[in-house]
Design a protein around this ligand. Structure first.
Ligand code: MN
Length: 730
């Protein structure tokens, strides 16, 4: 049930006082719609809309919606929503016809012939990709969404029609089965409402959010509605008195303005409770006032006056007039302490800003001249969309596309400055790493550290408004898989994934080559280079085309190197070159320790340079390195095809984690003494666990060392310490 709290302002909203005075067009149906649109459209436009209505009614004849009513009611209702936004006649025509391609036999060609290219393109843009071309419904939905956004990049009206369509579907959600209802509501909350917000269509977004919340969490929705209702009616409400007082003062100061109390939306309260992890009872900021001045220059004097009357809460003033939000939204926001001590949020904006704040890209559609220029919401939306689509060109599948879109639609943003004083806008929660990618992909890929306001910080440090951010790059720095957990922007995520994929391919190729050569050598084939004739012979035998791919498969562990080597030798019939397979003859393969994506170090024995090591191929994971003394070695050596003797390269620069287990005396200061010794030897502790026994403690320490010699230096000192009873590598 949708409660009476939902006041769909778009349903019948008068945009001008003149229209409000005009008699309301009553009833649904074609005549009702035309009478309503007559409020702002001319006779020619109404004629073409009437034509579309007849055409649509014939096309949908006999179809019904799940509620049982004739199908045509739906497109007419969508047209009416767009009429309330005062959209142009082609948009209205397309809205009336928006489902004919999907649900009837009408073709794009017929639409073009009858209604022209523009309408045909708009209707095609909102039509879904056929389910037959896609594997699952999720795929189909994601693909349809992607197609629709592409069409939107050419003509913003596509998404405006789609959103009006979704709004009407949400208003009539109750006729659907419970499960479908939830699915539609969730999708609305995850994609459609955020998109509407991103496009600045606040009115529409608010209604979508509230209806979705009501379907998904009816009880929570009811509780918040009740509280809002009580507050609005209750004597406690400071809003009415405050409005009156402010209105009077503004008049007195000669600033023409409308002042009214603003009920926050149920969904915005819900989000705030979640974000701040507070209960409804602890929610204080639910009072809000809006001041709408005639012109832009009047906004600041109005703010000054309000701050003179009521104390502003420090840190809560935001100037979205000087720096508009990404969707073109402009306003001054402040929170003042009301007469009874409660915080009251105040928004100040001009009439023109107000229209943009409520309707975003749909505002001023008929009078574009009013809002041209680079800050017009339409221009900003277009720029955002083309930027986003461009970042997604590295053709991911539609599901990933949708995930990236969701991440990009994150509602709030922070503004930070570069060392050159440039302002960068990033979504809230964005980190120094996101910033580095926002500056340039190469900066991101070489990012080694960051300084925020001159203080060195971790790469995953979240940015705050006004931060001054500086990125430290290094030639040897490279993206790491863990970085994917540190970023929120789609740009950073896509770039990191792209880099890692390339890197993994490169590493698997190199590892595969080493493995194959070693396997060949083991069988007595000791040429430095494999002649191309031999490569071709092996590829033919395996029915593969690509040598690179074969080596990658070996590197990934999808194909045993020993088998490939045997097959190659059989294929070239060079058995003469083959020697014995004596265990000792196995040459060791050298690893660098930099093959981070494919060579992993076993968690069971933590090998470090200096240790004798063996490696075992494991499918998908690449090569796993174990110490030759690993308790699991017997098990590993049982399959001679997949294990290898390895040797460390001399030029290893990275550090390795090694766990130690110590028995220590149970006395204060032991941990400090231990960590002191470790630090003095240039190592870091990455984790410590202490468990107490009678009069001794067992301390498990994991620390970073360069190699075995480094480790021995440290353990020697630790053993000599009076507090350490015994020590062993864990
Ligand atoms: Mn529809």
């Amino acid at each position: 049930m949708i409660t009476s709290r939902l006041r769909p302002r778009l349903r019948e909203r008068a945009a001008t006082p003149a229209e409000a005075a005009a008699p309301r067009a009553k009833g649904g149906g074609v005549e009702g719609l035309l009478a309503f649109l007559g409020g702002y459209l001319g006779a020619d436009a109404l004629d073409s809309i009437r034509g579309a209505c007849d055409f649509g009614a014939r096309a949908h004849a006999g179809q019904t919606r799940e509620s049982g009513e004739a199908y045509i009611h739906h497109p007419l209702a969508v047209a009416r929503i767009l009429g309330a936004m005062r959209m142009d006649s082609r948009t209205i025509v397309s809205a009336v016809l928006h489902d004919v391609l999907e649900d009837t036999d009408i073709t794009t060609g017929e639409l073009r012939a009858r209604f022209g290219d523009e309408v045909a393109a708009l209707v095609d843009g909102v039509s879904k990709v056929s389910l037959l071309e896609q594997e699952t419904r999720e795929h189909a939905e994601a693909a349809s969404f992607r197609k629709m956004l592409m069409a939107t990049a050419t003509d913003l009206r596509v998404i405006i029609i789609k959103l009006a369509d979704r709004l009407h579907n949400m208003r009539t959600l109750d006729s659907l089965r419970a499960e479908k209802k939830r699915r539609v509501a969730r999708q609305t909350l995850e994609i459609y409402a955020p998109i509407a917000n991103r496009l600045g269509m606040r009115d529409l977004a608010e209604e979508l959010e509230d209806m979705s919340l009501c379907s998904l969490y009816p009880r929570r929705h009811r509780a918040i509605s009740k509280r809002l209702g009580e507050d609005a009616r209750g004597k406690k409400s400071p809003v009415n008195a405050l409005c009156e007082k402010l209105g009077g003062e503004l008049r007195h100061a000669g600033i023409p303005a409308r002042v009214h109390g603003r009920e926050k939306s149920v969904y915005s309260i819900y989000r705030k409770m979640q974000r701040k992890k507070i209960t409804l009872r602890d929610m204080r900021d639910i009072h809000a006032i809006r001041v709408i001045t005639e012109t832009r220059p009047q906004c600041y004097p109005a703010l000054g006056l309000i701050h003179r009357l009521y104390k502003p809460r420090p840190g809560s003033f935001k100037d979205y007039i000087a720096i508009p939000k990404a969707n073109g939204y402009q306003s001054l926001h402040t929170v003042v302490i009301g007469p009874a001590g409660q915080p009251v949020e105040v928004q100040i904006r001009s009439e023109a800003m107000h229209r943009v704040a409520e309707q975003g890209v749909a505002s001023h559609w008929l009078y574009k001249t009013e809002t041209t220029g680079e800050h017009a919401p339409q221009q900003l939306a277009q720029r955002w969309l083309s930027g986003f689509l461009e970042s997604q060109q590295k053709s991911l599948d539609s599901g990933e596309f949708l995930d990236h879109l969701k991440a990009d639609l994150f509602p709030d943003e922070v503004y930070v400055t570069t060392p050159k004083g440039e302002i960068k806008r990033l979504p809230r929660g964005a980190t120094a790493l996101d910033f580095s990618y926002a500056v340039h992909t190469d900066i991101g890929n070489r990012c080694a550290g960051a300084r925020i306001n001159r203080r060195a910080v971790a790469l995953h440090e979240a940015l705050r408004n006004g931060d001054h951010v500086e990125i430290i790059t290094s030639r040897s720095a490279r993206p790491h898989p863990a970085w994917l957990n540190y970023v929120v922007t789609s740009r950073a995520r896509t770039s990191i994934r792209h880099f890692l994929k390339q890197q993994k391919e490169k590493e698997s190729f190199q590892l595969g080559r080493k493995l194959l050569k070693q396997a060949l050598a083991r069988q007595g084939y000791r040429r430095l280079r494999i002649p191309s004739a031999h490569k071709v012979a092996l590829l033919q035998r395996l029915d593969m085309k690509d040598w690179t791919q074969l080596l990658r498969d070996i590197g990934y562990g999808k194909r045993p190197a020993t088998l490939a080597a045997k097959q190659m030798l059989a294929a070239v019939q060079s058995g003469g070159e083959s020697g014995g397979e004596a265990e000792d003859a196995r040459p060791a393969m050298v690893i660098e320790g930099t093959e981070r994506l494919l060579v992993t170090h076993a968690a069971c024995c933590h090998p470090i340079p200096g240790d004798q090591i063996i490696g075992v191929m494991s499918g998908g994971k690449g090569l796993v390195v174990h110490r030759a003394t690993c308790p699991r070695r017997r098990q590993i050596m049982r399959s001679p095809d997949s294990y290898f003797h390895l040797a460390w390269s001399d030029s290893i620069k990275r550090k390795f984690q090694v766990p130690l287990k110590m028995e220590t005396r149970n006395e204060p200061g032991v941990l400090a003494a231990v960590s002191n010794i470790i630090a003095m030897h240039g190592s870091n502790i990455s984790s410590v666990q202490v468990s107490a026994r009678n009069n001794a403690s067992v301390m498990s320490v994991t620390m970073e060392v360069a190699d075995r010699a480094h480790l021995e230096d440290i353990t020697k000192k630790l053993r000599a310490a009076s507090c350490v009873i015994s020590l062993a590598r864990g």
